[in-house]
Design a binder for this molecule. Structure first.
Ligand code: NAP
Length: 455
């Protein structure tokens, strides 16, 4: 017997990371109208960057998934994972079945430095390294040669700190985390003894947050060093944008600059006012050429790095660029090529289409920032709902809609299936006292549901 066709108000969210999960939570809490949410996810696993971006040694940050799980258990939410927008379902499909579509796809691609030698073997994007050590299936087969003694990380944000920390943590520190097994082996046997983190501006302009910078000084077998002369280079230039976080960063860096070395095996050196000019080496990275910068005030009141004629070269066998992420266009969805984001105005893309998170505002803020951000977009969606300005889809029952998606992707992973994957990973971790051992290919993930796996 066919299911009764109904006229439920339906919202599709594309992407189950923090932004998509918060948007779902806000939509489900709306009381004036019952909204039904289908959360689409390309991978067989939910939670986006919480699973694939947050560093393995930050389990407290990952515990935010408890909240997302409560949202996912809501009777008006369905998870449609292992379903790719643009491949299994198109924008036209979703416009036919939903009153609104919310893009929560993040900004998945690394920014390039645009310098000679950037493509040499040994030059890596932090995005790839982060995906690899976190067991993201797309990065499973990447190779990182960490046999050399020195690695350089370009950039002064939290991703740069994550990369630096992961390179100097001991096997004992890594082995209790949910780091991918393949990365645990490579990092435990790494030859890296020094990681140089290179900021193009001064200490007061670094994008680190205080706890992350402080944590760098508390590692079990790594010293942190800051050259006091380099700290002083930024002095005398008042930054009109310096906020309490920046000022506290400077205090922490001052303390690092006076700290005696504890004689640890590894070291992280934080360097300032230097920009990469070129990576050198025959056949692979052997050095980084840097130029000394001075700070100059721009017309918009911000401080910019301006190159001087002083140059220096650092021998290095691995270079990671951690200079930010950018968005990529989605099929048939308006894209702002200049900002490298989905084109939007406060979360509105065009009638019935919305955007949240990094795809909306760019790769900034911490996980919690996405809550407020999603609230703004959901507010716009609800305003449009009240004004009768959403899409006008064909009525369809819950069952028929799910059937439609399953016809496109028979290996649709629903929330119950994800719980089976989750149980398998946790069980694998238990004997070693780890939170989980991640399954890192789509085939392995599907195998945990009992599907025999098929990439
Ligand atoms: P970010 O915070 O924007 O930092 C990017 C860094 O790259 C900045 O220092 C920037 O310097 C530098 N940079 C940009 N272009 C450059 C170039 N061409 N040459 C040299 N340096 C360049 O970005 P992110 O580190 O990728 O982090 C993204 C977001 O995720 C941030 O909001 C971050 O806080 C968050 N996150 C949080 C955590 C955590 O809470 N534990 C962990 C990871 C990431 P300028 O300032 O001079 O542009």
């Amino acid at each position: 017997m066919s299911s009764p066709v109904d006229a439920k108000l339906r919202v599709a969210i594309i992407g189950s990371g923090p932004a998509g999960s918060y948007a779902a939570g806000h939509l489900l809490r709306h009381t004036a109208t019952e909204l039904h949410v289908d959360l689409y996810e390309r991978l067989p696993t939910p939670w986006g960057l919480v699973r694939a971006g947050v560093a393995p040694d930050h389990p407290k940050i990952k515990s935010v998934t408890n909240l997302y799980e409560r949202t996912a258990e809501h009777p008006r939410l369905r998870l449609f994972a292992n379903v790719e927008f643009g491949r299994h379902v198109t924008l036209a499909d979703l416009r036919r079945h939903y009153h609104a579509i919310v893009y929560a796809v993040g900004t998945p691609v690394d920014r390039a430095m645009g310098i000679p030698g950037e493509d040499l073997p040994g030059s890596y994007a932090a995005t790839d390294f982060v995906g690899w050590y976190n067991g993201h299936p797309d990065f499973r087969n990447h190779q990182f040669d960490l046999s050399g003694e020195r690695a350089v990380v370009i950039g002064a944000g939290n991703v740069a700190l994550d990369v630096a920390r992961m390179l100097v943590l001991t096997r004992a520190e890594l082995a209790v985390t949910d780091i991918a097994d393949h990365a645990l082996e490579v990092l435990s046997n790494s030859g890296v003894r020094e990681v140089v983190v290179v900021a193009r501006r001064g200490p007061a302009q670094a994008a680190f947050t205080n706890p992350e910078l402080r944590e760098l000084g508390e590692l079990s077998d790594a010293d942190v060093t800051v050259d006091p002369d380099e700290l002083r280079l930024g002095d005398g230039v008042a930054d009109p944008n310096a906020d309490p976080t920046a000022l506290r960063n400077v205090e922490i860096l001052r303390e690092y600059s006076t700290r005696p070395l504890a004689g640890h095996t590894r070291r992280v050196a934080l360097r300032f006012l230097l920009s990469p000019l070129a990576l050198g080496g025959s056949g692979r990275v052997e050095s980084v050429t840097l130029v000394r910068n001075a700070l100059g005030l721009t017309a918009d009141g911000s401080l910019r790095a301006r190159a001087t004629d002083e140059q220096l070269q650092i021998p290095a066998q691995a270079v990671f660029r951690a200079i930010g992420y950018r968005g990529t266009p989605l099929a048939d969805v308006p894209f702002d090529a200049e900002r490298e984001l989905i084109a939007n105005e406060n979360g509105r893309v065009r009638r019935g289409e919305y955007v949240v998170g990094w795809a909306k505002r760019g790769p900034s803020g911490v996980i919690g920032t996405n809550k407020k951000d999603a609230n703004e977009t959901v507010g716009a969606l609800l305003e449009d709902l009240a004004a009768g300005e959403l899409l006008d889809p064909d009525p369809i029952s819950d069952e028929a809609l799910e059937q439609f998606v399953r016809e496109r992707q028979p290996q649709l992973v629903d929330y119950g299936d994800w719980l089976a994957i989750d149980r398998r990973e946790r069980a694998l971790g238990e004997p070693a006292g780890r939170p989980r051992v991640k399954l890192t290919t789509v085939a392995e993930l599907l195998d945990a549901i009992g599907w025999g796996g098929d990439d």
